[in-house]
Design a protein around this ligand. Structure first.
Ligand code: ATP
Length: 306
């Protein structure tokens, strides 16, 4: 038996490595599909994250010439701070996260992490330093446990469960018969948008990156899910420099700084309190969202009474 264990062990490792390679190829293709032109610059060196200070210095960007998307965007996220980017649809908010992850390169200005221009570092080291929780999380056709462990392959079962707990998805997982072994995808469990996002949060918790980018889902979630996700995000953002692309202002009232982006320019910046006092774009958007939320609540109440 002992003689068999060795080759079986080897086969296990081999299988995991092959599977990892396949996933890496998938990741690579999804990245290539978005940015075929982005290559490491000759002599690129690994990024060294000391504190996690992010600086956008006069960044300009367009996808197509003659259609500027970002026009001289400058801001700083201090180590451990949460900076929220808000503004109307199409203002360029998600573009900022795409530049940060280097799916695209700015045509003007520079983006640095702890003083290192992200164009001068290897993409592998950049992406290893950043945890991205996107709007729409794509899950692999595999078990839930696998989908969480994707954040860090050598994580123990205990660490996977702890990440699920912090992401507030543990109770959902434990409520299905196969728990962490339950298959997700076409032939398995169908997860809601909110559940998928919490799997992505658990994955990011496991990865433990010093920098986080959270792209809030545009679609409204029910208020319980919304609350759970906010709580999970708050936990994962603790002690990490975090950029939040937010659509619902109620989710970012505690941000250290809020940037209001309009037509590719930061037109207002400050804390929630400061921006409300300013009575400008942010305050207008806040009031509109609050009125809409109140109207929704009244409608729900009326429906319940019927
Ligand atoms: P939303 O709140 O709706 O998510 P946003 O502020 O995040 O919007 P971006 O996704 O950054 O906006 O897009 C900014 C602009 O760039 C939009 O007008 C969009 O149509 C355009 N855009 C986005 N991606 C591309 C692309 N790959 N090629 C060309 N134009 C693009």
């Amino acid at each position: 038996m002992g003689q068999l264990a060795q080759p079986l062990n080897f086969m296990g490792t081999f299988y995991r490595e092959v599977r990892q390679a396949i996933i890496d190829i998938e990741t690579m293709f999804s990245i290539l599909a978005q940015s075929p032109e982005i290559l490491d610059t000759p002599g690129a060196i690994p990024l060294v994250v000391r504190e996690g200070r992010i600086v956008f210095d006069n960044v300009s960007f367009h996808y197509e010439p003659n259609r500027p998307i970002l026009k001289g965007v400058s801001f700083e996220a201090e180590p451990g701070q949460t900076v929220a980017i808000v503004g109307p649809s199409g203002a360029g908010k998600s573009t900022i996260s795409r530049l940060m992850y280097r799916f695209y390169e700015p045509q003007g200005g520079r983006i640095t992490i702890d003083g290192q221009n992200i164009l001068d570092v290897t993409q592998e080291s950049l992406r290893a330093a950043i945890g991205m929780v996107p709007q729409d999380t794509v899950l692999f056709n595999d078990s839930i446990g696998y989908n969480i462990r994707y954040g860090r392959w050598d994580a123990s079962d205990e660490e996977v469960r702890e990440a699920a707990r912090l992401a507030q998805i543990d109770r959902f997982i434990e409520s299905v018969p196969e728990a962490y072994e339950a298959q997700v995808g076409e032939r398995g469990l169908k997860l809601s948008g909110g559940e998928k996002q919490r799997v992505a949060i658990a994955r990011t918790i496991l990865k433990g990156p010093p920098i986080l980018i959270l792209d809030e889902a545009t679609s409204a979630l029910d208020s319980f899910t919304e609350h759970d996700i906010q709580e999970a995000l708050r936990r994962v953002a603790k002690g990490r420099t975090t950029l939040v692309i937010a659509h619902r202002l109620s989710t970012i009232v505690d941000a250290d700084e809020i940037l209001f982006l309009d037509h590719g320019r930061i037109v207002e910046r400050g804390t929630h309190k400061e921006l409300l006092a300013l009575g400008g774009h942010y305050a207008g958007m806040w009031n509109r969202q609050r009125e809409a939320a109140e109207a929704r609540a009244k409608l729900l109440e009326a429906e319940r009474e019927e």
